[in-house]
Ligand binder design. Structure first.
Ligand code: HEM
Length: 374
């Protein structure tokens, strides 16, 4: 039952609540429909300033460059061939966060890391998929042998159960590992999918990189201030990638008043980042891939307030600083060295992502060519 003075919303049915009004496969369109009808006034709240906790700067940059060297040699082995970048980008993001957490990296074909990446990839699709929604909505089914049990098994696999649940440190490390791997890798995958299919944008990036890096052997994060176009492209990639479309679900910890409405303690709050990142009126080209969304008339980089792929507020992504550094250094280094080509036999690109707690591009192949004599 809708509590007294609760914000307006779709009709609620006994027992079922609002579940019939959401597609279990991919509710993003339904949230958009519901937002248009009931939640327009809340937009202001979604436009709060981003806060960046960041991570130690120079040491981080060195770690990222160290990993990029492995990435570059993997790509060099693929020059002239077609390869699938999915596992590779997962490994890169995974190794960078592993360096932070455990001071070590894993070879890209390491069996343990392959298994972990596989488990987390499955879980990010399951966590807000149809079975998870049923799990959340109907506590009575939680002990039944239904497919959501697989998600719990995935988390437990390879760990000693008794110490696993007791050791908070392990939980923190896993949180950071998951948060730092799937997000960055899927953003990179989306980025290269678009750059291959918008070759003029890829070339324009390369021209700017060549100019700024002339005579230097590698990029620094500071170089971003001299690269407004690259900055715009990376931000536009993050905007269209919409990597964490519903952010992380929150919950009110006490009875809350919001714009005159009452929201009781323990209400689930879902942030619709999808709608902010493509909202008409906030973007010059809300529905296309166009770096102009982040450039002013003079070609200078500008960041509209509605750019919030890392969410907002006191619980916003604490890895934003690391993620932005990774995206910049990886994109710049790879575009400097290589040209990425959509294979002739790959057909029309499909930009529609696979829904989960993170959005993932459908698997694709890419062709790699060296740009400069090595
Ligand atoms: C492109 C990459 C990334 C995107 C789009 C992204 C996005 C997000 C979003 C939307 C949230 C939810 C914030 C909220 O609850 O309001 C979040 C939380 C979080 N992210 Fe990221 N993230 C990225 C990379 C990273 C990286 C590299 C790390 C590694 C340290 C990380 C660590 C975290 C953590 C620990 C949280 C939970 C914060 C909390 O609950 O207080 N993220 N991220």
């Amino acid at each position: 039952k809708r509590p007294k003075n609760f914000p307006p919303g779709p009709p609620v049915f006994p027992i079922l609540g609002t579940i019939l009004q959401l597609s279990l496969e991919n509710p993003l369109k339904d949230f958009e429909r519901v937002r248009k009808t009931f939640w327009r006034e809340h937009r202001r709240f979604a436009l709060m300033t981003l806060r960046n906790f960041g991570l130690g700067k120079n040491s981080m940059e060195d770690r990222i460059h160290e990993e990029i060297k492995h990435l570059v040699s993997t790509l060099e082995e693929s020059v002239g061939k077609t390869m699938s970048p999915r596992v590779m980008f997962h490994n890169v993001a995974s190794n960078i966060i592993c360096q932070v957490l455990f001071a070590r990296r894993y070879e890209y074909d390491n069996a343990l890391i392959k298994q972990i990446v596989q488990c987390f990839t499955e879980n990010t699709k399951m966590v807000n998929g149809p079975w998870a929604m049923l799990y959340d909505s109907f506590p009575i089914i939680r002990n039944l042998p239904l497919p959501f049990q697989k998600a719990f098994q995935n988390v437990e696999r390879g760990n000693d159960r008794s110490s696993f649940s007791e050791d908070q440190l392990i939980m923190y490390s896993i949180d950071l590992y998951i948060a730092g791997t799937d997000t960055t890798s899927n953003t990179l995958l989306t980025g290269f999918l678009y750059l291959m299919n918008y070759p003029h944008i890829q070339e324009k990036c390369q021209q700017e990189i060549d100019q700024v890096l002339e005579g230097k052997d590698q990029a620094t994060f500071e170089d971003r201030h001299k690269m407004p176009y690259i900055q715009a492209v990376i931000h536009e990639i993050q905007r269209v990638a919409n990597t964490v479309p519903l952010s992380v679900f929150h919950c009110t910890t006490k009875d809350t008043e919001l714009m005159g409405y009452s929201i009781p303690k323990d209400t689930v709050i879902i942030e619709n980042l999808t709608s902010v990142l493509s909202e008409e009126g906030q973007w010059k080209f809300p529905h296309e891939f166009n770096p102009e969304n982040f450039l002013d008339d003079k070609g200078e980089f500008v960041k509209p307030e509605a750019f919030m792929p890392f969410s907002a507020g006191p619980r916003m992504c604490l890895g934003e600083g690391l993620a932005r550094m990774e995206l910049f250094l990886i994109m710049v280094t790879l575009l400097h060295k290589f040209k990425f080509i959509w294979p002739e036999d790959a057909g029309e690109p499909d930009f529609t992502p696979v829904y989960g707690i993170t959005l993932t591009p459908k698997p694709y192949d890419m062709k790699v060519q060296l740009r400069m004599p090595q």
